[in-house]
Design a protein around this ligand. Structure first.
Ligand SMILES: [Ca+2]
Length: 197
């Protein structure tokens, strides 16, 4: 299910000194619960006074997703700054979540959580794109804040992007690929906030 955590892989990739950390992460992996499925179009997501928030307790507000995603609840080890609902991948693939909104997208804020070891080994950033037609997507220029909130080897990374172009109602978030391991459980998507104002 999580192939990196065979004993041989742990010895090879982390070394014996870090086994305790790996064992701790294994406990964390065991907390993963419900699995997401690829949902059908649910109609445009509504802004409430110009603001939309998805806490990632489910993907019911998304128009569609690429399928191999799952949810995780809780934060017993203080790894996620108290964020108790998150979405993660099953495998190290560029999974996507797509939203359609009832008004134009102006600002997008994505809270995510990266495993520090993976950041040191090499991992790409989340991709956040907008579109007016749901087919042609344009990546947002992102401000990336990764200087705060390190919890038990997990680090919060916040992406903020803004577009002034009118007509962008589609938003696509793509999980980054880990470049040197096969973890599906990191990084995790914590929250999405979108403003139409
Ligand atoms: Ca959350």
């Amino acid at each position: 299910m999580h192939p990196i955590f065979t004993v041989s892989n742990i010895n090879k990739s982390l070394g014996l000194k870090k086994l305790a950390r790996a064992a701790s992460v294994m406990m964390f992996v065991g907390m993963t619960t419900a699995c997401a499925t690829s949902s059908g179009p649910a109609g445009p997501a509504a802004f409430n006074e110009g603001i939309f928030v998805d806490t990632m307790a489910n993907l019911d507000l998304a128009m569609e997703n690429s399928g191999n995603l799952q949810f995780e609840q809780g934060d017993d080890y203080d790894r996620f700054g108290g964020d108790t609902d998150r979405v993660l991948r099953k495998y190290n693939d560029a999974e996507t979540i797509t939203y359609l909104f009832d008004n134009d997208i102006k600002t997008v804020i994505v809270d995510s959580f990266f495993w520090r070891n993976e950041m040191e080994l090499g991992v790409e950033d989340f991709s956040i794109e907008v579109s007016s037609d749901g087919e042609n997507y344009m990546p947002l220029d992102l401000a990336i804040d990764e200087d705060e909130n390190i919890y038990d080897h997990w680090q919060q990374v916040t992406y903020t992007g803004t577009t002034e172009e009118a007509g962008n109602k589609y938003l696509r978030i793509t999980f980054p690929i880990s470049l040197n391991d096969t973890n599906g459980w990191a990084p995790q998507l914590g929250n999405l906030t979108v403003s139409s104002l």
